[in-house]
Design a protein around this ligand. Structure first.
Ligand SMILES: Nc1ncnc2c1ncn2[C@@H]1O[C@H](COP(=O)(O)OP(=O)(O)OP(=O)(O)O)[C@@H](O)[C@H]1O
Ligand SMILES: O=C(O)c1ccc[n+]([C@@H]2O[C@H](COP(=O)([O-])O)[C@@H](O)[C@H]2O)c1
Length: 197
């Protein structure tokens, strides 16, 4: 018989991961090793409610790249639950599903300062803000909203690499190197499969 989960705090970093890059991984590793979180799970969103209609690599391909990126890291996990949930992916629905699967875990939402400003417009935002700790990291160019409106938000000065998945995709399209911008195994797979060309 399998053992029940021990209790632990798990940070959730949501994204399209189209593709996952070193910026995501540096951030996730920082939260997993330098805060009170035991692990960080990178949750692949098939479709962000605010990015409907965006052109994406297939769900399975983005998940496979993410798995390659974290396979050797015991603190990080590629989480695929949203691929099995209704779309678009509402964070509250994902949370409820994760809590059902892992009743002893305490989930913490990791989000950029840019996303915090939009949080009040998310589905069931009042529940998210009431039930969860929010660890907020700065994003270049984003102004932090007044934290009085977010009593459970805590700002964590995590290191940020000034790259984005958009930049990686554009680099591939124009034949530029993506070495070090993504893990070697991810680079290899992207080039072998000719993704984003
Ligand atoms: N360079 C970075 N450093 C730290 N966090 C990042 C960085 N890039 C993205 N993030 C964060 O990771 C989360 C998931 O990112 P997402 O998959 O949307 O990647 P992205 O690089 O911003 O993608 P795109 O350029 O396609 O919009 C976002 O909420 C964002 O705040
Ligand atoms: O639940 C919602 O209503 C909701 C609305 C917008 C965004 N989100 C979450 O925030 C993540 C980042 O959003 P975005 O639009 O910046 O890609 C996205 O992957 C979702 O998990 C969630």
């Amino acid at each position: 018989m399998s053992q029940p989960d021990a209790s632990k705090r798990v940070g959730l970093l949501f994204g399209s991961f189209n593709p996952v890059h070193s910026g995501h991984l540096i951030l996730a590793e920082y939260f997993a090793t330098r805060t009170d979180l035991a692990e960080v799970w990178l949750v692949v969103s098939p479709q962000s409610p605010f990015k409907v209609g965006e052109e994406l690599l297939s769900d399975t391909a983005r998940l496979a790249l993410l798995q390659l990126a974290v396979v050797d890291n015991p603190h990080l996990r590629a989480e695929s639950i949203e691929l099995r949930l209704p779309r678009p992916s509402y964070t509250i629905a994902t949370l409820d599903a994760l809590r059902t699967q892992h009743p002893t875990y305490e989930f913490v939402l990791l989000m950029g300062a840019d996303n915090l400003a939009g949080l009040p417009r998310w589905q069931a935002a009042d529940r998210i803000m009431r039930e969860l700790d929010l660890y907020v990291y700065p994003r270049p160019g984003a102004t932090l909203p007044d934290l009085a409106a977010f009593p459970r938000a805590r700002v964590v000065q995590a290191p940020l690499l000034d790259i984005s998945a958009t930049f990686i995709r554009a680099s591939i399209q124009t034949g530029q190197s993506i070495r070090y911008l993504v893990p070697a195994a991810v680079e290899q797979e992207i080039l072998t499969q000719r993704y984003y060309q």
